[in-house]
Design a protein around this ligand. Structure first.
Ligand SMILES: [Zn+2]
Length: 120
């Protein structure tokens, strides 16, 4: 398997200015997650070249850990095709935090601002 591992913040998606803490950081919610220009085209080209870029595969669940407590993650699949999980969620078996999978991209953002978060 050929794979390209893409860094996320500032590479795949935009960094977000958070007014409340006054910092520029990762998006804290799915709504703040915006792909940078050209990313979708680049990912398509990687696929055409035979690379399996970072997408939500079941095997990946064994590698990923909860960013909050490093616990193991469980997987709920809402929609998947033969290659990847399209939508669903990961949930921490230890601290019970949920992480959505949207358009094959697992959104493993630590819930830093609990009051502002609306995890499904
Ligand atoms: Zn956890």
């Amino acid at each position: 398997m050929k794979a390209i591992f893409l860094d996320r913040d500032g590479v795949v998606n935009e960094l977000v200015y958070h007014e409340e803490p006054g910092i520029i950081d990762s998006p804290f919610t799915v709504a703040q997650f915006k792909l940078l220009p050209g990313v979708a085209e680049a990912i398509k080209q990687f696929r055409d070249m035979g690379y399996t870029e970072v997408i939500m595969k079941r095997e990946l669940v064994d590698i990923l850990a909860c960013p909050v407590c490093k616990g193991d993650l469980g997987l709920n699949v809402e929609d998947e095709n033969e290659r990847e999980i399209v939508s669903g969620s990961l949930h921490c078996l230890e601290c019970k935090v949920n992480y959505p999978v949207v358009d094959t991209i697992p959104n493993l953002l630590p819930p830093k601002l609990k009051d502002g978060l609306r995890w499904e």
